[in-house]
Design a protein around this ligand. Sequence first.
Ligand code: SF4
Length: 152
Amino acid sequence: MKKHHAEKLALALVFIFKCLLPVLPAVAGLLFWKKQYLLNYRRTLDKMKIHLNAISNGPVQHYFEDILRFNPEVCEPVQGHCSQCGNCCLNRQCVFLEQSGTDTYICGIYSSPLRRFSNCSSFPINGHDIERYQCPTYRVVSPYPVMHLQQI
Ligand code: SF4
């Protein structure tokens, strides 16, 4: 998708979400079958506001531009594992993120099939992704392995 189309779509989607904000905790509670979103309505609403501001700052556009219609031009080979630091979860501003240890986090909707319609399951697709969230454990690898010559 072209950059300016992605930009417009991102703006429209965020606008719709902002209009729906008062009911989003209820919608999320039902969609992801999580009663705590309903029980802690005020708290979830506050976190939703933070979440919406964070996704409007690039991630929604990135989704339309690169993820929704897989854009092979921006992909780079990456290697690593997830240490659950929570950086790529909107710098720990994701409303669905839950703390699992002193410095570790887990996704509260990880098993939901709806999670596929987000950037989350594709992270990281390239060095820009890694740098943007300062992921400590993934790195871009060269498609051409370096062969060190032995001295004889
Ligand atoms: S930034 Fe990297 S290590 Fe941290 S949660 Fe995301 S993938 Fe895992």
